[in-house]
Write a protein that binds this ligand. Structure first.
Ligand code: FAD
Ligand code: MG
Ligand code: MG
Ligand code: MG
Ligand code: MG
Length: 552
């Protein structure tokens, strides 16, 4: 059967008449999920079996446990431990998996256009029909228009992790050769990480541990002082979206470990053997610098996938964000027929008007303390409390509420030593203008996937009765289920045998071994299956007993 605007084949999943389990979903609404990452899998895990005819479309046939990917690059964890086959995850909902890439969506025909390449590279295209569509395709690496990125490694997938691991070992082996000159050896052993976000920081920490803990006996010829790890960050601090205490802890830790942190630095070009960058010094002067290197990891943020770019253009005026698909608070993609299309995870952003929320919130806060907002005069200690409350309510603002004293000074325009309501509102507005959206984390994707599952479960039960009540079809989900609300459960970063926790509300914790175990157990709990949990546990035990060398 062919059809749709491009007259492509329409792929209807065939259900075997003898497969009694799958027969149950035969006449159920078709739920199509694009992507088998954190968002898609969280949805699959919570969805009631039998209520929907589920199809997942994704170019990779496994779920990847990304928070552990930096550990896999240096052999702390085996790569197998980090992945779980999608087909296995889908078995519970009797779903179908199509290994292919979504290219476009025909919203008015309810068709997803899908492409699939065969072994010879020939591409075929076809349509997959849906009643409900969930877009959860994540993001791609952000190239930032820098020259020479072909000389860098990325860290997004297990193939990347494998390539990084091989490259590190190759460099070490070359460095050991008697024919390698001193300068060349230093270059081979100079490791550069570009990007001071959680991925870059965790990778640098893991790499440092590896070079220090295991290499001395595996590669006794290498001198510790010939190895160097450098982290290049464009902002003035690393982990700058975390609480100030967390990034300070990380910076001190790196300073002690001799991981060189180069802040206020912008990479201009990556050459095969060196990296060229500019650094702003204290006086604001820009200095040109270069660093010989044998390995560079590029981890400076993410950008929109091709599919989402295509869809955003197609939806035109309804979409105003260059970085993600905008949804309403029920996670329905703006500009699509109500209740047909949802987007979750890194590829999506919930349109919110934080400025208004914050101002209303501060008003309430004032009333709660028996004060008239218009006559409010906040001293610095009051401001600190307000900032704490704002951080709790709007976790995405944490990174912008770091230097509270500076902000206070800057916005106390009349130098009265207090902030009045007008001054406070200006301050909060400025912060709002910097807020992009919810954080691009597994935590958020997971919560959104769960939210949709619970809503879809409820819809499947409630729909017939409500339809009789004359509620417009598209508004059903808003009628039966609450809006999505993000709950910030804290951020974690692992830094060289210790972990730092950003618990939100300006609270943070850091510590040695106990923190590492706490960190691991959090990820254990989030981890998808017992199988994965056991594999990771064995990897860690192995590392404890034999060092990392075993996994190499
Ligand atoms: P993803 O999990 O990326 O899944 C996207 C899925 O869509 C994939 O299966 C992909 O194959 C598929 N896909 C892509 N294009 C298409 C298409 N056109 N059609 C169909 N399918 C498609 N977050 C944390 O909270 N804590 C951490 O410690 C942490 N560490 C991280 C470390 C690393 C190295 C990385 C890379 C990320 C880390 N993250 C962490 C971020 C976290 O992984 C993401 O926020 C999360 O994966 C987002 O989930 P998602 O479902 O939106 O996308
Ligand atoms: Mg996903
Ligand atoms: Mg993933
Ligand atoms: Mg990251
Ligand atoms: Mg004042």
């Amino acid at each position: 059967q062919r059809g749709g605007p491009k007259n492509l084949p329409i792929y209807e999943v065939q259900i075997d008449d003898n497969d009694s389990a799958k027969q149950k979903t035969k006449d159920k609404p078709k739920l199509v999920i694009l992507g088998g990452g954190w968002g898609g899998v969280a949805l699959l895990k919570e969805l009631n079996p039998d209520d929907y005819h589920v199809t997942v479309i994704s170019p990779s046939n496994y779920f990847l446990f990304t928070p552990m990917l930096p550990s896999a690059t240096v052999g702390t964890l085996g790569i197998r431990s980090l992945v779980e086959p999608i087909r296995r995850i889908m078995a519970r909902v009797q779903g179908h998996f199509i290994r292919a890439r979504a290219e476009d969506v025909e919203f008015s025909h309810k068709l997803v256009e899908v492409s699939q390449a065969d072994a010879a590279g020939n591409e075929t295209r076809f349509y997959v029909p849906y009643d409900k569509l969930v877009i959860a395709v994540g993001s791609t690496t952000n190239p930032h228009g820098v020259k020479g990125l072909e000389n860098c490694h990325f860290l997004k997938d297990i193939d990347d992790a494998r390539a990084i691991r091989n490259r590190i070992i190759h460099n070490l082996e070359l460095a050991c050769l008697p024919t390698t000159s001193d300068d060349e050896r230093k270059r081979l052993l100079s490791f550069v990480v570009s990007g001071g976000g959680p991925t870059g920081v965790e990778f640098a920490a893991e790499l440092f541990d590896l070079l220090n803990e295991d290499l001395s006996h595996d590669f006794p010829r290498l001198l510790r002082n010939e190895i160097s790890v450098h982290l290049i960050q464009s902002r003035s601090h690393i982990l700058n979206t975390y609480d100030e205490a967390v990034s300070k802890y990380a910076e001190e830790r790196f300073a002690r470990d001799q991981v060189e942190v180069l802040t206020n630095s912008r990479v201009a070009e990556v050459k095969p053997d060196r990296i060229i960058f500019t650094q702003k010094d204290e006086s604001g002067q820009v200095v040109h610098k270069e660093l010989p290197m044998g390995f560079c990891l590029w981890s400076t943020g993410v950008s929109q996938t091709q599919l989402c770019q295509t869809l955003a253009v197609k939806l035109g005026a309804a979409q105003n964000n260059r970085h993600a698909l905008e949804t309403d608070t029920h996670l329905r993609v703006n500009g699509t027929p109500l209740g047909d299309v949802y987007a979750i995870g890194d590829c999506a952003t919930v349109q919110n008007n934080v400025a208004d929320h914050i101002v209303a919130f501060v008003r309430n806060l004032a009333w709660k303390h028996g004060k008239d907002p218009e006559t409010l005069e906040l001293h610095f200690s009051d401001w600190r409390n307000v900032a704490g409350e704002v951080k709790r309510r709007f976790p995405q603002a944490v990174g912008h509420l770091r230097r509270l004293d500076k902000l206070f000074e800057e916005f106390d325009k009349d130098h009265s030593g207090t902030l009045d309501f007008g001054e406070l509102r200006e301050l909060l507005k400025q912060i709002d203008s910097k807020l992009t959206s919810l954080p691009a984390t597994a935590q958020r994707a997971h919560q959104q996937g769960q939210y949709l599952a619970h809503k879809f479960n409820k819809l499947a039960r409630a729909a017939p009765g409500l339809r009789a009540n004359d509620i417009r079809e598209g508004d059903l989900d808003a009628a039966v289920y609450r809006a999505f609300e993000y709950k910030h459960l804290g951020s974690l970063a692992y830094i060289g045998n210790s972990a730092v926790f950003d618990l939100g509300e300006g609270r943070s914790l850091s510590g040695g071994l106990w923190a590492v175990y706490a960190w691991r157990s959090v990820y254990f709990a989030q981890s998808v299956s017992l199988r994965t949990r056991i594999l990771m546990m064995m990897d860690w035990a192995k590392r404890g007993l034999f060092g990392r060398g075993e996994s190499f």
